[in-house]
Design a protein around this ligand. Structure first.
Ligand SMILES: *[C@@H]1O[C@H](CO)[C@@H](O)[C@H](O)[C@H]1NC(C)=O
Ligand SMILES: *[C@@H]1O[C@H](CO)[C@@H](O)[C@H](O)[C@H]1NC(C)=O
Ligand SMILES: *[C@@H]1O[C@H](CO)[C@@H](O)[C@H](O)[C@H]1NC(C)=O
Ligand SMILES: *[C@@H]1O[C@H](CO)[C@@H](O)[C@H](O)[C@H]1NC(C)=O
Ligand SMILES: [Zn+2]
Length: 432
């Protein structure tokens, strides 16, 4: 009789443990054969078929972020693991639901990106390369470096600690020209896999430091305002997306009753918390958490914003992907007070953005432009008295999705700079 549970039976399990502990590069083909498909349901019937299938099967929704949002005419991008694709794709064909394949082999697409990274010049901090994605450690080293070399314009501090104990660093940028100045808050990387976000926050700081002496607009910005810039909000998740799972979205907090980790840091804020467009289930990508501000990252930033809400006039949050500029509300279909000021700022900003390469962003209230979601940072900032609250959904519209190539960092950041500068100047003028 074969020994059950003996060393031989444990062996394959342990191989798995070993594999899980190795960094992404050593995972030979974690996403091999995975596909990203796009479906735009053409009827209520197709909507129901997709919702049911995506609820039942193990898929990863890229756009929108939950099956709940799938609706007639809505672009739906979904990562389908290879073994799921073998049943899902024939099923969709049979049900006569049309789909297109955006990425046919995700592993190859990832390797295409990381492949070029291994060839890149590892330049020193003084010749920092802003056209590649950087790991959390690299970003933090860069912040420390700027804090030392640009102490006249940059002050680096921490607003708290993440779930896994990492410091939550923020750069305060601006000339210390007068005791009281209005301020702009910018955060990037609330969602871990949206790597273009942190790349943009870094780009913004670079541009500010390189151009404030020659560009009168930038000089005005840094003289009249402070910028609080948090390049990586969800530090644990971002780190995890580099070491374990490129498509991780949430924080990394542990749940007492489920094995799933993490909370959606953009559903965890105390504004209509866990209502429409958020999930109570810890395994969902839009999990709102056990209670508002349960995530130390959200709590720390909320605390900072509350403390400085008189000073901070704009809240800007950078996400990807969709090419949109969104303002409140997220949680309901309603027009904010002073709508015309915010709308005008958004209208000018997307025009400024378009002037660079002709890329047209959609803009409007998040609820009607993207989808309804409760507990978002943008709504929270607005409700707490920050009049200009915006969320950017950067490039692209799904061709590369979260795997936006490094060659597109420069154009994406260049055009986004124009939008941010335009919004900032709008702030300095009276709208009323
Ligand atoms: C590989 O990356 C380059 C840019 O870095 C991009 O132009 C190309 O389309 C990518 N190929 C695939 C298969 O993703
Ligand atoms: C940034 O530099 C200042 C000194 O100029 C220092 O007091 C502060 O601790 C530094 N910040 C961090 C996070 O190291
Ligand atoms: C902001 O955008 C408006 C409309 O496109 C434009 O008239 C204005 O010059 C822009 N300002 C800046 C600083 O880009
Ligand atoms: C709306 O505008 C009025 C002035 O017209 C101003 O007092 C008020 O603070 C503004 N509210 C918001 C939320 O921006
Ligand atoms: Zn996001």
């Amino acid at each position: 009789m074969p020994l059950r549970g003996g060393p031989a039976a444990l062996l394959p399990l342990c191989l798995l443990c070993l594999q899980a502990a190795l960094p992404l590069r050593a995972h030979r083909g974690r996403y091999a054969g995975d596909k990203v498909i796009r479906v735009v349901p053409k009827s209520e019937r197709e909507t129901q078929i997709l919702r049911a299938a995506f609820n039942r099967l193990k898929v990863d929704l890229w756009q929108p972020s939950s099956p709940f949002y799938i609706a007639e005419g809505t672009v739906t991008d979904v990562r389908v693991p290879w073994n799921t694709s073998r049943s899902l794709l024939p099923y969709l064909q049979q049900a006569n639901v049309q789909y297109t394949i955006l990425i046919s082999d995700l592993q190859k697409a990832i390797e295409n990106q990381t492949g070029s990274r291994s060839h890149r010049n590892r330049r020193s901090l003084s010749e920092y390369n802003y056209e590649v994605y950087h790991s959390l450690e690299e970003i933090q080293d860069w912040m420390h470096h700027l804090n030392e070399t640009h102490s006249d314009l940059v002050h680096m501090f921490s607003v708290g600690k993440s779930y896994e104990g990492r410091p939550l660093f923020v750069l305060k940028l601006g000339k210390r020209s007068r005791p009281y100045k209005k301020a702009v808050w910018m955060d990037c990387g609330i969602h871990a896999r949206e790597w273009i976000g942190p790349a943009f926050c870094q780009w913004f700081v670079k541009e500010a430091l390189q151009t404030y002496q020659t560009d009168p607009v930038m000089r005005k910005m840094l003289t009249q305002l402070y910028f609080y810039i948090m390049p990586v909000f969800n530090v644990d998740g971002y780190h995890f997306s580099w070491t374990h799972d490129r498509f991780w979205r949430k924080t990394r907090s542990k749940n007492t009753r489920f094995r799933c980790h993490g909370v959606d840091a953009n559903r965890n804020w105390k504004v209509k918390w866990c209502d429409e467009g958020a999930s109570f289930h810890p395994c969902d990508d839009t999990y709102c958490g056990p209670f508002p501000e349960s995530e130390p990252e959200v709590k720390a930033v909320a605390h900072f914003l509350r403390k400085h809400r008189k000073q901070i006039k704009a809240y800007l949050s950078f996400h990807a992907y969709a090419q949109m500029l969104l303002y409140p509300y997220s949680y309901k279909y309603a027009t904010i007070p002073n709508f015309s000021c915010v709308e005008l700022a958004a209208y000018n900003a997307v025009n400024a953005l378009q002037s660079a390469y002709g890329v047209r962003y959609r803009y409007g209230p998040a609820s009607s432009t993207l989808y309804v979601s409760s507990g978002s940072s943008m709504d929270w900032a607005y409700k707490n008295g920050i009049p200009y609250a915006f969320a950017f959904e950067l490039r692209d519209t799904g061709h590369f999705g979260f795997l936006l190539p490094e060659t597109l960092i420069k154009p994406t950041c260049t055009e986004t700079m124009l939008a941010v500068k335009n919004i900032t100047l709008h702030l300095l003028k009276k709208c009323h």
